[in-house]
Design a protein around this ligand. Structure first.
Ligand SMILES: [Zn+2]
Length: 191
């Protein structure tokens, strides 16, 4: 039972945007208390009583309750969106590398992580700051070659323009390599 209560549930805000990944336990508390509704496989929303009446499908996880099993929702929808702020991804070395899939953004190689550096596209000495848009993953070789130059001056090209990660990446990070349900796809792709 504890395992079932620890399953991840995607939380949508009032505007149906994903804001969090929570546990089934917290999701059930929100559903039971009326703060959230559960979404079924067709995207229909249900309050606790309606949800309790839904039949279990073969692929569902259930929580044993008096008189049967309660289906664990995969997605819940908050009726008041101020309850859970949208998580954002912190700008760290690890997260920049995660965004870049541990690939050098100049030569495309994927050396061991210990041989990867974080490169300031516009060098710090030239006023370049720490931001999602100015930090990229670079292998040691490219990092050395680029030195204190801009990519243009070093005659090097970024494989793509660095960007602030989208929410689907945040969700992946929150979950690690863990579970993800197909019911989430529609919401994660849209964000
Ligand atoms: Zn490289």
């Amino acid at each position: 039972m504890t395992e079932v209560l620890a399953l991840p549930v995607l939380v949508l805000n009032r505007h149906f945007q994903p804001v969090q990944v929570t546990t089934a336990k917290r999701a059930m508390v929100l559903l039971y208390g009326g703060a959230a509704e559960a979404l079924d496989e067709h995207g229909e929303t249900h309050d606790f009583d309606a949800w309790r009446a839904l039949p279990m499908r073969a692929e569902d996880d259930g929580l044993p309750i008096v008189g049967g099993e309660l289906r664990i929702p995969r997605v819940i929808h908050l009726k008041r969106y101020e309850r859970m702020p949208r998580v954002s991804i912190r700008l760290t070395r690890r997260n920049v590398m995660f965004r870049d899939a541990h690939e050098c953004q100049y030569c495309g190689r994927r050396p061991p992580v210990r041989d990867l550096n974080i490169d300031h596209v516009l060098p710090r000495s030239r006023g370049g700051g720490d931001s999602w848009e100015n930090l990229v993953t670079a292998c040691r070789v490219c990092n050395l070659r680029k030195g204190w130059k801009t990519p243009e001056e070093a005659n090097m090209r970024l494989s793509r323009t660095p960007f602030r990660p989208k929410w689907s990446m945040v969700a992946q990070l929150l979950l690690g390599a863990g579970e993800r349900f197909k019911e989430w796809d529609a919401f994660l792709q849209a964000s």
